[in-house]
Design a protein around this ligand. Structure first.
Ligand SMILES: [Zn+2]
Length: 502
Protein backbone atom coordinates (compact mmCIF):
# COMPACT_ATOMS: atom_id res chain seq x y z
CA UNK A 1 0.00 0.00 0.00
CA UNK A 2 1.58 3.34 -0.99
CA UNK A 3 1.88 5.62 2.01
CA UNK A 4 0.33 9.04 1.93
CA UNK A 5 2.72 11.98 2.29
CA UNK A 6 0.21 13.68 4.54
CA UNK A 7 1.04 14.10 8.18
CA UNK A 8 -1.33 14.44 11.11
CA UNK A 9 -0.42 16.08 14.42
CA UNK A 10 -2.45 14.93 17.41
CA UNK A 11 -2.15 17.63 20.02
CA UNK A 12 -3.84 19.70 22.67
CA UNK A 13 -2.08 22.78 21.25
CA UNK A 14 -2.93 23.01 17.53
CA UNK A 15 -1.87 26.67 17.38
CA UNK A 16 1.57 26.03 18.88
CA UNK A 17 4.84 27.04 17.30
CA UNK A 18 5.67 23.36 16.94
CA UNK A 19 2.65 22.74 14.70
CA UNK A 20 3.28 25.91 12.70
CA UNK A 21 6.92 25.00 12.16
CA UNK A 22 6.08 21.46 11.08
CA UNK A 23 3.99 23.14 8.40
CA UNK A 24 7.04 25.12 7.31
CA UNK A 25 9.10 21.95 7.10
CA UNK A 26 6.37 20.04 5.22
CA UNK A 27 4.30 22.67 3.38
CA UNK A 28 0.74 21.68 2.53
CA UNK A 29 1.06 18.28 4.17
CA UNK A 30 0.32 18.93 7.85
CA UNK A 31 -3.09 18.70 9.53
CA UNK A 32 -3.44 19.32 13.26
CA UNK A 33 -6.24 17.58 15.16
CA UNK A 34 -7.18 18.88 18.59
CA UNK A 35 -7.37 15.78 20.76
CA UNK A 36 -9.90 17.48 23.06
CA UNK A 37 -12.65 17.77 20.47
CA UNK A 38 -11.68 16.22 17.12
CA UNK A 39 -12.05 12.53 16.34
CA UNK A 40 -8.71 10.82 15.94
CA UNK A 41 -9.50 7.14 15.94
CA UNK A 42 -7.91 4.69 13.53
CA UNK A 43 -10.33 5.58 10.76
CA UNK A 44 -9.52 9.28 10.99
CA UNK A 45 -5.80 8.51 10.95
CA UNK A 46 -5.92 6.10 8.03
CA UNK A 47 -5.70 8.83 5.39
CA UNK A 48 -2.28 9.93 6.68
CA UNK A 49 1.16 8.46 6.10
CA UNK A 50 2.55 9.57 9.42
CA UNK A 51 1.30 10.78 12.77
CA UNK A 52 3.02 13.06 15.26
CA UNK A 53 1.72 13.24 18.81
CA UNK A 54 2.56 16.26 20.92
CA UNK A 55 0.76 16.60 24.26
CA UNK A 56 2.10 19.63 26.05
CA UNK A 57 0.42 19.16 29.42
CA UNK A 58 -0.23 16.14 31.62
CA UNK A 59 -3.84 17.28 32.06
CA UNK A 60 -4.46 16.56 28.38
CA UNK A 61 -2.91 13.09 28.25
CA UNK A 62 -6.24 11.38 28.93
CA UNK A 63 -7.72 12.91 25.79
CA UNK A 64 -5.31 11.17 23.44
CA UNK A 65 -6.45 7.82 22.04
CA UNK A 66 -2.99 6.22 21.97
CA UNK A 67 -4.56 2.84 21.19
CA UNK A 68 -5.51 4.25 17.80
CA UNK A 69 -1.99 5.60 17.38
CA UNK A 70 -0.52 2.16 18.06
CA UNK A 71 -3.00 0.55 15.68
CA UNK A 72 -2.01 3.11 13.03
CA UNK A 73 1.65 2.14 13.47
CA UNK A 74 0.80 -1.58 13.38
CA UNK A 75 -0.72 -1.10 9.92
CA UNK A 76 2.60 0.24 8.62
CA UNK A 77 2.46 3.92 9.59
CA UNK A 78 5.25 5.99 11.07
CA UNK A 79 4.56 7.69 14.39
CA UNK A 80 6.70 10.28 16.13
CA UNK A 81 5.65 10.85 19.73
CA UNK A 82 6.73 13.14 22.48
CA UNK A 83 7.87 11.14 25.49
CA UNK A 84 5.05 11.45 28.00
CA UNK A 85 2.26 9.90 25.94
CA UNK A 86 4.59 7.21 24.65
CA UNK A 87 5.76 6.29 28.16
CA UNK A 88 2.18 6.27 29.40
CA UNK A 89 1.16 3.84 26.67
CA UNK A 90 3.66 1.41 28.22
CA UNK A 91 2.55 2.09 31.78
CA UNK A 92 5.59 4.25 32.49
CA UNK A 93 6.15 7.91 33.30
CA UNK A 94 8.73 10.55 32.47
CA UNK A 95 11.38 12.06 34.67
CA UNK A 96 12.56 15.64 34.34
CA UNK A 97 16.18 16.34 35.23
CA UNK A 98 17.65 19.73 35.93
CA UNK A 99 21.18 21.06 35.76
CA UNK A 100 21.03 23.89 38.26
CA UNK A 101 24.73 24.69 38.43
CA UNK A 102 25.25 24.89 34.66
CA UNK A 103 28.03 22.32 34.90
CA UNK A 104 26.92 20.42 31.82
CA UNK A 105 24.59 20.81 28.89
CA UNK A 106 22.22 17.83 28.68
CA UNK A 107 22.59 15.77 25.54
CA UNK A 108 21.45 12.61 23.79
CA UNK A 109 24.25 10.06 23.64
CA UNK A 110 23.66 7.93 20.57
CA UNK A 111 23.68 4.27 21.56
CA UNK A 112 22.24 2.45 18.57
CA UNK A 113 22.11 3.38 14.91
CA UNK A 114 19.01 3.39 12.78
CA UNK A 115 17.51 5.46 9.99
CA UNK A 116 16.42 7.86 12.75
CA UNK A 117 19.98 8.57 13.93
CA UNK A 118 21.41 8.96 10.42
CA UNK A 119 24.22 11.52 10.45
CA UNK A 120 25.46 10.44 13.86
CA UNK A 121 27.73 7.67 15.07
CA UNK A 122 27.50 5.58 18.24
CA UNK A 123 28.82 7.67 21.12
CA UNK A 124 28.08 11.03 19.49
CA UNK A 125 26.45 13.49 21.85
CA UNK A 126 23.67 15.71 20.54
CA UNK A 127 22.80 18.70 22.74
CA UNK A 128 19.14 18.26 23.66
CA UNK A 129 17.56 20.35 26.41
CA UNK A 130 15.31 23.21 27.38
CA UNK A 131 15.74 26.13 29.74
CA UNK A 132 13.53 26.85 32.70
CA UNK A 133 13.57 30.51 31.71
CA UNK A 134 12.50 29.75 28.15
CA UNK A 135 15.36 31.94 26.94
CA UNK A 136 16.54 31.19 23.44
CA UNK A 137 19.91 32.95 23.54
CA UNK A 138 22.73 30.68 24.54
CA UNK A 139 24.36 32.93 27.09
CA UNK A 140 21.11 33.82 28.87
CA UNK A 141 20.38 31.96 32.14
CA UNK A 142 23.01 29.32 31.47
CA UNK A 143 22.26 27.44 34.70
CA UNK A 144 18.69 26.48 33.90
CA UNK A 145 18.94 23.42 31.69
CA UNK A 146 16.46 20.57 31.85
CA UNK A 147 15.62 17.44 29.92
CA UNK A 148 13.02 14.66 30.09
CA UNK A 149 13.72 10.95 30.07
CA UNK A 150 11.91 7.63 30.34
CA UNK A 151 13.35 5.17 32.82
CA UNK A 152 12.65 1.45 32.78
CA UNK A 153 12.38 0.93 29.01
CA UNK A 154 15.30 -1.47 28.78
CA UNK A 155 14.58 -5.00 27.67
CA UNK A 156 11.07 -4.44 26.35
CA UNK A 157 10.40 -6.49 23.23
CA UNK A 158 10.62 -4.50 20.01
CA UNK A 159 11.96 -1.41 21.79
CA UNK A 160 15.35 0.01 20.82
CA UNK A 161 16.76 2.80 22.95
CA UNK A 162 18.63 4.75 20.26
CA UNK A 163 19.82 7.51 22.55
CA UNK A 164 20.23 7.95 26.29
CA UNK A 165 20.45 11.01 28.46
CA UNK A 166 23.94 12.16 29.40
CA UNK A 167 22.43 13.18 32.76
CA UNK A 168 20.98 9.89 34.02
CA UNK A 169 21.18 7.29 31.25
CA UNK A 170 17.40 7.36 30.78
CA UNK A 171 15.90 6.90 27.33
CA UNK A 172 15.53 10.11 25.31
CA UNK A 173 15.35 8.69 21.79
CA UNK A 174 13.43 5.47 21.25
CA UNK A 175 12.32 3.41 18.29
CA UNK A 176 9.73 0.68 18.70
CA UNK A 177 8.69 -1.72 15.98
CA UNK A 178 4.93 -2.04 16.07
CA UNK A 179 3.47 -4.51 13.59
CA UNK A 180 4.45 -3.32 10.11
CA UNK A 181 5.29 0.21 11.30
CA UNK A 182 7.05 1.94 14.11
CA UNK A 183 6.84 4.52 16.81
CA UNK A 184 9.76 6.89 17.33
CA UNK A 185 9.65 8.68 20.67
CA UNK A 186 11.73 11.64 21.78
CA UNK A 187 11.56 14.57 24.13
CA UNK A 188 10.17 17.37 22.00
CA UNK A 189 8.63 19.21 24.91
CA UNK A 190 11.74 20.33 26.79
CA UNK A 191 13.23 21.81 23.66
CA UNK A 192 12.15 25.27 22.61
CA UNK A 193 11.87 25.97 18.91
CA UNK A 194 15.38 26.05 17.40
CA UNK A 195 16.71 29.55 17.67
CA UNK A 196 19.25 30.26 14.94
CA UNK A 197 22.16 29.49 17.26
CA UNK A 198 20.48 27.58 20.08
CA UNK A 199 22.61 24.99 21.78
CA UNK A 200 19.92 22.67 23.07
CA UNK A 201 17.37 22.54 20.27
CA UNK A 202 19.18 22.97 16.95
CA UNK A 203 18.38 19.38 16.00
CA UNK A 204 14.82 19.36 17.33
CA UNK A 205 13.38 18.50 13.89
CA UNK A 206 16.27 16.39 12.66
CA UNK A 207 15.43 12.98 14.16
CA UNK A 208 11.76 13.62 13.45
CA UNK A 209 12.72 14.49 9.87
CA UNK A 210 14.77 11.31 9.57
CA UNK A 211 11.79 9.24 10.67
CA UNK A 212 9.22 11.01 8.47
CA UNK A 213 11.04 12.62 5.58
CA UNK A 214 14.55 11.18 5.31
CA UNK A 215 16.17 14.51 6.19
CA UNK A 216 19.80 13.41 6.43
CA UNK A 217 21.42 11.89 3.37
CA UNK A 218 25.12 12.75 3.60
CA UNK A 219 25.37 14.70 6.85
CA UNK A 220 28.01 13.83 9.41
CA UNK A 221 28.42 15.02 12.96
CA UNK A 222 31.81 16.27 14.09
CA UNK A 223 32.17 16.41 17.89
CA UNK A 224 34.18 19.62 17.91
CA UNK A 225 35.64 22.37 15.80
CA UNK A 226 39.25 21.31 15.37
CA UNK A 227 42.04 23.87 15.76
CA UNK A 228 43.58 24.50 12.33
CA UNK A 229 46.68 22.40 12.98
CA UNK A 230 44.53 19.48 14.10
CA UNK A 231 42.36 19.99 11.02
CA UNK A 232 45.46 19.62 8.82
CA UNK A 233 46.34 16.43 10.72
CA UNK A 234 42.81 15.16 10.15
CA UNK A 235 43.21 15.83 6.41
CA UNK A 236 46.55 14.00 6.34
CA UNK A 237 44.98 11.04 8.15
CA UNK A 238 42.08 10.96 5.71
CA UNK A 239 44.52 10.86 2.80
CA UNK A 240 46.54 8.11 4.49
CA UNK A 241 43.39 6.03 4.98
CA UNK A 242 41.91 6.62 1.52
CA UNK A 243 44.47 6.04 -1.27
CA UNK A 244 42.31 7.93 -3.81
CA UNK A 245 42.81 11.11 -1.79
CA UNK A 246 45.87 13.37 -2.05
CA UNK A 247 46.77 15.87 0.66
CA UNK A 248 48.68 18.90 -0.58
CA UNK A 249 50.26 21.85 1.17
CA UNK A 250 49.37 24.61 -1.29
CA UNK A 251 51.74 27.15 0.26
CA UNK A 252 52.07 29.32 3.35
CA UNK A 253 49.18 31.54 4.43
CA UNK A 254 49.58 34.99 5.98
CA UNK A 255 50.31 33.50 9.39
CA UNK A 256 52.95 31.19 7.93
CA UNK A 257 50.97 27.98 8.23
CA UNK A 258 50.26 25.88 5.14
CA UNK A 259 46.97 26.01 3.26
CA UNK A 260 45.93 22.36 3.00
CA UNK A 261 43.88 20.82 0.22
CA UNK A 262 42.50 17.38 -0.61
CA UNK A 263 42.34 16.26 -4.24
CA UNK A 264 40.53 13.27 -5.74
CA UNK A 265 39.81 12.02 -9.24
CA UNK A 266 41.23 12.17 -12.74
CA UNK A 267 43.33 15.26 -13.64
CA UNK A 268 42.16 14.98 -17.27
CA UNK A 269 38.46 15.07 -16.37
CA UNK A 270 36.32 18.19 -15.77
CA UNK A 271 37.69 19.95 -12.69
CA UNK A 272 35.89 21.31 -9.65
CA UNK A 273 37.29 23.58 -6.97
CA UNK A 274 35.33 23.82 -3.72
CA UNK A 275 36.60 26.33 -1.16
CA UNK A 276 35.45 27.53 2.22
CA UNK A 277 36.46 29.91 4.96
CA UNK A 278 37.96 32.77 2.95
CA UNK A 279 36.19 34.67 5.71
CA UNK A 280 37.76 32.82 8.62
CA UNK A 281 34.80 32.83 10.98
CA UNK A 282 32.58 31.21 8.34
CA UNK A 283 33.91 27.78 9.09
CA UNK A 284 31.14 25.18 9.03
CA UNK A 285 30.88 24.32 5.34
CA UNK A 286 34.58 23.35 5.42
CA UNK A 287 33.56 20.24 7.33
CA UNK A 288 31.09 19.46 4.58
CA UNK A 289 33.94 19.72 2.06
CA UNK A 290 36.04 17.34 4.17
CA UNK A 291 33.18 14.90 4.17
CA UNK A 292 32.64 15.34 0.43
CA UNK A 293 36.30 14.46 -0.20
CA UNK A 294 35.90 11.41 2.02
CA UNK A 295 32.78 10.29 0.12
CA UNK A 296 34.31 10.84 -3.32
CA UNK A 297 37.41 8.87 -2.31
CA UNK A 298 35.39 5.98 -0.84
CA UNK A 299 34.13 2.96 -2.74
CA UNK A 300 31.84 3.39 -4.42
CA UNK A 301 31.58 7.18 -4.72
CA UNK A 302 28.01 8.44 -4.27
CA UNK A 303 25.27 8.62 -6.89
CA UNK A 304 26.94 6.54 -9.57
CA UNK A 305 29.92 8.87 -9.92
CA UNK A 306 33.24 7.28 -10.76
CA UNK A 307 36.60 8.85 -10.11
CA UNK A 308 37.66 8.88 -13.75
CA UNK A 309 34.78 11.29 -14.47
CA UNK A 310 35.87 14.23 -12.32
CA UNK A 311 38.81 16.06 -10.75
CA UNK A 312 37.89 17.62 -7.43
CA UNK A 313 39.98 19.73 -5.08
CA UNK A 314 38.64 20.97 -1.76
CA UNK A 315 40.26 23.64 0.38
CA UNK A 316 38.21 23.45 3.60
CA UNK A 317 39.67 26.56 5.22
CA UNK A 318 41.26 29.22 3.00
CA UNK A 319 42.12 31.48 5.93
CA UNK A 320 43.83 29.63 8.81
CA UNK A 321 44.36 32.76 10.90
CA UNK A 322 40.73 33.83 10.67
CA UNK A 323 39.55 30.27 11.31
CA UNK A 324 41.52 29.90 14.53
CA UNK A 325 40.83 33.42 15.79
CA UNK A 326 37.18 33.44 14.74
CA UNK A 327 37.54 36.62 12.70
CA UNK A 328 36.74 37.52 9.11
CA UNK A 329 40.22 38.70 8.11
CA UNK A 330 43.58 37.08 7.54
CA UNK A 331 46.63 37.75 9.75
CA UNK A 332 47.17 41.10 8.01
CA UNK A 333 43.67 42.35 8.70
CA UNK A 334 42.63 41.95 5.06
CA UNK A 335 39.19 40.82 3.90
CA UNK A 336 40.48 38.24 1.41
CA UNK A 337 37.24 38.29 -0.53
CA UNK A 338 37.88 41.93 -1.47
CA UNK A 339 41.53 41.38 -2.37
CA UNK A 340 41.22 39.79 -5.83
CA UNK A 341 42.40 41.59 -8.93
CA UNK A 342 38.99 42.24 -10.39
CA UNK A 343 37.43 45.66 -10.05
CA UNK A 344 39.81 46.20 -7.15
CA UNK A 345 40.71 49.84 -7.87
CA UNK A 346 37.05 50.83 -8.18
CA UNK A 347 35.97 49.02 -5.05
CA UNK A 348 35.05 51.52 -2.34
CA UNK A 349 34.98 50.01 1.11
CA UNK A 350 35.23 51.27 4.66
CA UNK A 351 34.54 54.84 5.78
CA UNK A 352 36.63 58.02 6.02
CA UNK A 353 39.50 56.02 7.43
CA UNK A 354 40.08 52.75 5.54
CA UNK A 355 42.55 50.48 7.25
CA UNK A 356 43.36 46.87 8.15
CA UNK A 357 40.65 45.08 10.16
CA UNK A 358 37.90 47.26 8.70
CA UNK A 359 35.01 44.96 7.79
CA UNK A 360 35.85 44.77 4.09
CA UNK A 361 39.42 46.08 4.00
CA UNK A 362 40.64 45.17 0.51
CA UNK A 363 44.39 45.21 1.20
CA UNK A 364 47.18 47.56 0.05
CA UNK A 365 47.08 46.40 -3.58
CA UNK A 366 45.33 43.71 -5.66
CA UNK A 367 46.22 40.14 -4.71
CA UNK A 368 48.55 41.38 -1.99
CA UNK A 369 47.78 38.42 0.25
CA UNK A 370 49.32 34.93 0.11
CA UNK A 371 45.91 33.25 0.46
CA UNK A 372 44.63 35.21 -2.55
CA UNK A 373 47.71 34.29 -4.58
CA UNK A 374 47.31 30.60 -3.76
CA UNK A 375 43.63 30.64 -4.72
CA UNK A 376 44.50 32.29 -8.05
CA UNK A 377 47.31 29.83 -8.78
CA UNK A 378 45.06 26.84 -8.07
CA UNK A 379 42.40 28.16 -10.46
CA UNK A 380 45.00 28.78 -13.19
CA UNK A 381 46.45 25.30 -12.76
CA UNK A 382 43.20 23.36 -12.45
CA UNK A 383 41.08 25.40 -14.88
CA UNK A 384 37.91 24.25 -13.11
CA UNK A 385 34.57 24.31 -14.89
CA UNK A 386 33.03 25.13 -11.51
CA UNK A 387 34.16 26.97 -8.39
CA UNK A 388 31.93 26.92 -5.34
CA UNK A 389 33.16 29.35 -2.68
CA UNK A 390 31.30 28.68 0.56
CA UNK A 391 30.40 31.38 3.09
CA UNK A 392 27.90 31.60 5.92
CA UNK A 393 25.08 34.04 6.51
CA UNK A 394 22.00 32.32 5.22
CA UNK A 395 21.20 30.08 2.28
CA UNK A 396 21.77 32.24 -0.80
CA UNK A 397 23.02 31.33 -4.27
CA UNK A 398 25.20 34.20 -5.61
CA UNK A 399 26.18 34.41 -9.27
CA UNK A 400 28.96 36.60 -10.65
CA UNK A 401 28.76 39.12 -13.48
CA UNK A 402 30.13 36.63 -16.01
CA UNK A 403 30.03 32.96 -16.82
CA UNK A 404 27.62 30.37 -18.14
CA UNK A 405 24.28 31.49 -16.75
CA UNK A 406 22.36 28.51 -18.06
CA UNK A 407 24.77 26.17 -16.33
CA UNK A 408 24.61 28.14 -13.08
CA UNK A 409 20.83 28.24 -13.23
CA UNK A 410 20.68 24.48 -13.78
CA UNK A 411 22.92 23.96 -10.73
CA UNK A 412 20.70 26.29 -8.72
CA UNK A 413 17.56 24.41 -9.76
CA UNK A 414 19.07 21.07 -8.77
CA UNK A 415 20.25 22.44 -5.41
CA UNK A 416 16.73 23.65 -4.67
CA UNK A 417 15.26 20.29 -5.64
CA UNK A 418 17.68 18.42 -3.40
CA UNK A 419 17.22 20.59 -0.32
CA UNK A 420 13.44 20.74 -0.39
CA UNK A 421 11.64 19.75 2.84
CA UNK A 422 14.76 18.57 4.64
CA UNK A 423 15.70 21.02 7.40
CA UNK A 424 14.06 23.73 9.44
CA UNK A 425 15.98 26.64 10.87
CA UNK A 426 15.58 30.23 11.88
CA UNK A 427 16.97 32.87 9.60
CA UNK A 428 19.92 34.66 11.24
CA UNK A 429 19.19 38.22 12.37
CA UNK A 430 15.49 37.44 12.08
CA UNK A 431 12.72 35.60 13.88
CA UNK A 432 11.43 33.97 10.71
CA UNK A 433 11.49 30.19 10.44
CA UNK A 434 12.17 28.66 7.07
CA UNK A 435 13.61 25.65 5.38
CA UNK A 436 17.32 25.35 4.78
CA UNK A 437 17.07 25.85 1.05
CA UNK A 438 18.52 27.95 -1.74
CA UNK A 439 15.40 29.80 -2.83
CA UNK A 440 17.13 33.12 -2.49
CA UNK A 441 19.63 34.21 -5.11
CA UNK A 442 21.80 37.20 -5.87
CA UNK A 443 22.84 38.18 -9.38
CA UNK A 444 25.87 40.43 -9.30
CA UNK A 445 26.05 42.68 -12.31
CA UNK A 446 29.30 44.51 -11.61
CA UNK A 447 32.75 43.02 -11.06
CA UNK A 448 34.03 43.41 -7.51
CA UNK A 449 37.22 42.00 -5.94
CA UNK A 450 35.50 38.80 -4.85
CA UNK A 451 37.05 35.41 -5.58
CA UNK A 452 34.13 34.34 -7.80
CA UNK A 453 34.29 37.49 -9.94
CA UNK A 454 37.98 37.06 -10.54
CA UNK A 455 37.46 33.36 -11.28
CA UNK A 456 34.62 34.12 -13.71
CA UNK A 457 36.92 36.51 -15.57
CA UNK A 458 39.64 33.85 -15.54
CA UNK A 459 37.28 31.53 -17.46
CA UNK A 460 35.44 29.49 -14.82
CA UNK A 461 32.00 28.77 -16.33
CA UNK A 462 30.18 28.44 -13.02
CA UNK A 463 31.86 30.42 -10.22
CA UNK A 464 29.27 30.62 -7.48
CA UNK A 465 29.38 32.05 -3.99
CA UNK A 466 27.25 29.93 -1.67
CA UNK A 467 25.96 31.45 1.55
CA UNK A 468 25.07 28.83 4.15
CA UNK A 469 23.83 29.05 7.69
CA UNK A 470 26.65 29.06 10.21
CA UNK A 471 29.01 31.10 12.39
CA UNK A 472 27.96 29.08 15.40
CA UNK A 473 30.41 28.54 18.20
CA UNK A 474 29.84 24.80 18.58
CA UNK A 475 29.33 21.95 16.13
CA UNK A 476 25.67 21.40 17.00
CA UNK A 477 24.45 22.19 13.46
CA UNK A 478 27.12 20.32 11.52
CA UNK A 479 24.94 17.41 10.40
CA UNK A 480 22.69 19.88 8.59
CA UNK A 481 25.63 21.97 7.37
CA UNK A 482 27.70 19.07 6.10
CA UNK A 483 24.65 17.45 4.51
CA UNK A 484 23.61 20.55 2.61
CA UNK A 485 27.21 21.33 1.61
CA UNK A 486 27.69 17.87 0.12
CA UNK A 487 24.32 18.09 -1.69
CA UNK A 488 25.25 21.45 -3.22
CA UNK A 489 28.63 20.16 -4.44
CA UNK A 490 27.07 17.00 -5.89
CA UNK A 491 24.40 19.09 -7.63
CA UNK A 492 27.15 21.18 -9.23
CA UNK A 493 29.13 18.11 -10.27
CA UNK A 494 26.09 16.37 -11.76
CA UNK A 495 24.97 19.39 -13.77
CA UNK A 496 28.46 20.25 -15.06
CA UNK A 497 29.19 16.62 -16.01
CA UNK A 498 25.84 16.40 -17.80
CA UNK A 499 26.77 19.53 -19.75
CA UNK A 500 30.25 18.17 -20.55
CA UNK A 501 28.79 14.96 -22.03
CA UNK A 502 26.74 16.87 -24.62
ZN1 LIG B 1 31.72 35.52 3.76
Amino acid sequence: MPRSRRLCVLTNAPQSAFVINLGVLYPGRVTALDIANQPHGLEALSEYGSVVTMVTHRGALDKLDYGAVRAFAARGGTVVSCLAEYARSLGLGVTKSLVLDGSQMPAIRVRELSEVTKGFAVGDEVLWFGKVSGATYNDCNPNQYYQRQVLGLEGRPGVKVLGVSTLNGGAVLVEERVGRGRIVAMDLLSLKEPFYDSWGSTNKYLFLGNAIGRSVRYGKHYPRKLPYDALLDHMRQLAARLPALTFTEEGPASDGRPLGSLTVGNPDAPAFLFTNGIHGWEWEAGYGLLHLAELLASDPPPEGLSRDMFHVKVIPQLNPYGYDHDVRHNANGVDLNRNFDCGWADYVGGDDVYQPWDFDYKGPYPASEPETQIAMRVVREMRPVCLLDFHTAHYIFCKPHRGDRRLMNSIHAEVKRRLKDRYLLQRPYSTEYCQANMDREVDWLQPTPHFIHWAAEAGVSAAVLIEMSGNRNLTQALVMNTDTTVEICLAAMKQCLKRARR
